[in-house]
Each structure stands twice: as structure tokens, then as C-alpha cells.
Design a protein around this ligand. Structure first.
Ligand code: SAM
Length: 258
């Protein structure tokens, strides 16, 4: 039996790692990951810095493999993701079998929290389902960009007795602002969906590089601030070579149609 700990590490700041995550980091013999380039290089350096700081109780190694290519213009998004998950599962199975001894403890560091748009658990489920490795998986939660956004803006994401919707930029572009919903958190928005929807009556709370020293925040009436966000976003991405942003779109409840 091999054990794999999926550890939510927050957003790169070593101070944002929970004590439970630190204990988990110190159980790990081998940290596994996949790498893709640019943004990922910086993130992978942050991961190593985090282990240098916190995983000090025992020797550990890093094993990384190239991330499988993903079809960026697929006819079916769902099928493309399924293919990519299967390819990643093969990569992980090969790494785990070759680099983690029976009885050993592996670690996968999940950015933020593995519960939010993270493939790690899906990939490890696929490895287990293949049935060739006896694998036990444990999960340690981390601070997600969703929580970091709320803290940075000093807001609660949920209003009294109201639901909260979490979605992607892709879905927002495809379907517009969802009907019957007052609070929407948007992640994975490389195409600035907030600038393409009808802004009337919406307030935005936007954050980039949350939880790190370069954090940028903008809040206000969407119509009034969306150009500012587009400019800040473009400038920051040009400067750093990558950007990750998350935002809340909020509508006054009495304007809800559903
Ligand atoms: C693949 S998802 C991973 C989310 C991650 N598991 C979490 O808990 O935040 C990547 C998306 O998370 C959001 N994100 C991750 N890190 C962020 C950060 N430091 N600042 C703002 N948004 C971030 C962005 O919406 C980005 O497109």
C-alpha cells in the first residue's frame, strides 16, 4: 500500500499554510507534480520554497513530469478534459510506481484547496480505478482563492439565507449572468468574462495574485470599474508573464428575477 497526501497549500505564501498541512508535509517522502512552463515555473518555485520552509522533519525528494498536452480548442470541452485527465492519470501512475516505495508516503501540493477546480483528486481516482496500484488518498484542506478574495475585500460571500454560485469565466461568457442568482464567484476567467456581460446593477469584487505580495484589488460598480480592471489585469500580466484572478459579482437581492 502506498499513501498519497493531497495537501492544500493556500496561495503561495508560507504563512498561509495550516498547521495540519505542515504536519502532512512532514510525513511526505516524495512530492509529485507535473510542470507546464511560465506561470507554472513560478508556482513550482513557490511550492519548493514552501517545502524548504515547512517540511523540515525528514528528508524528502521532488519528482516532476511534464504535463500532458491539452487540446485548447476542442470540439467538446468535457471530452478534452476527460482525455487529459486520463493522460495525467497515466503520468501519475508511472511516477508513483517508479518513485514511491511500497509503504511510502507521497505528497501532491494542491494550489489553494483541492476542492476548487483542481484535477488532483480526479486524477488520483482514475489511478485507483485502474486497479494496478494499491493507493490510499488523504486530503488536507487549504485556503482557496475564493476565501482569500473574501478576506482581502473584507466581505462575506454569502448573504443572510442566500445561495452562492461558483462558476467559470467560460460559463459566464456562454450563458451570461445566471438568472435567479445574486452572488456569483467566478474563477478560471482567462477571457475577462466580466467585461462581456451586461453590467447593469452588478457590483464586482475583483482580486489578482491573492494572498501574495503582488495582490491587486478593485471593487465597485461593474460598469464604472471594468475598464480599470482590464487595464490593471493587462499591465500586471505583461509585467509578470501570468495572472490568476477571481471575482465576486453581486446584485442587489430585490432585483432578482427568480
Ligand atoms: C485551476 S484553478 C485552482 C483553484 C485553487 N484550487 C483554489 O483553491 O483557489 C485556478 C483558478 O483559481 C483562481 N486563483 C488561483 N490562485 C489565485 C490567486 N492567487 N489569486 C486570484 N485567483 C486565483 C483563478 O480564478 C484561477 O484561474
Amino acid at each position: 500500500m502506498r499513501t498519497v497526501l493531497v495537501i492544500g497549500i493556500g496561495l503561495g505564501s508560507p504563512d498561509q499554510v495550516t498547521l495540519e498541512a505542515v504536519a502532512a508535509l512532514n510525513r511526505v517522502d516524495v512530492f509529485f507534480g507535473t510542470e507546464k512552463g511560465s506561470a507554472a515555473d513560478e508556482l513550482s518555485m513557490l511550492r519548493r520554497a514552501l517545502c524548504d520552509r515547512h517540511a523540515t522533519a525528514r528528508p524528502h525528494r521532488f519528482v516532476n513530469a511534464p504535463d500532458p498536452e491539452r487540446d485548447r480548442a476542442p470540439r467538446s470541452y468535457q471530452l478534452a478534459v476527460a482525455d487529459w485527465t486520463a493522460a495525467r492519470a497515466e503520468v501519475y501512475e508511472t511516477m508513483l510506481e517508479a518513485e514511491l516505495a511500497e509503504g511510502g508516503c507521497g505528497g501532491v501540493l494542491a494550489w489553494g484547496d483541492p476542492a476548487f477546480y483542481d484535477s488532483t483528486l480526479r486524477v488520483l481516482d482514475a489511478v485507483r480505478a485502474a486497479g494496478r496500484l494499491d493507493l490510499e488518498v488523504e486530503v488536507v484542506p487549504g485556503v482557496s482563492s475564493v476565501q482569500a478574495l473574501a478576506a482581502a475585500h473584507r466581505i462575506s460571500l454569502t448573504r443572510v439565507g442566500r445561495p452562492l454560485t461558483l462558476t467559470t469565466g467560460r460559463r459566464l461568457v456562454a450563458g451570461g449572468y445566471p438568472t435567479g442568482v445574486d452572488d456569483v464567484v467566478v474563477m478560471l476567467d482567462g477571457d475577462t468574462a466580466f467585461a462581456r456581460i451586461e453590467p447593469e446593477g452588478l457590483t464586482i469584487y475583483w482580486g489578482a495574485y491573492l494572498g501574495s505580495p503582488g495582490q491587486i484589488l478593485v471593487a465597485g460598480d461593474l460598469k464604472a470599474v471594468r475598464e480599470d480592471i482590464l487595464t490593471a489585469r493587462r499591465d500586471a500580466r505583461d509585467r509578470r508573464g501570468w495572472i490568476m484572478d477571481t471575482y465576486l459579482l453581486r446584485r442587489a437581492p430585490h432585483e432578482t428575477s427568480g
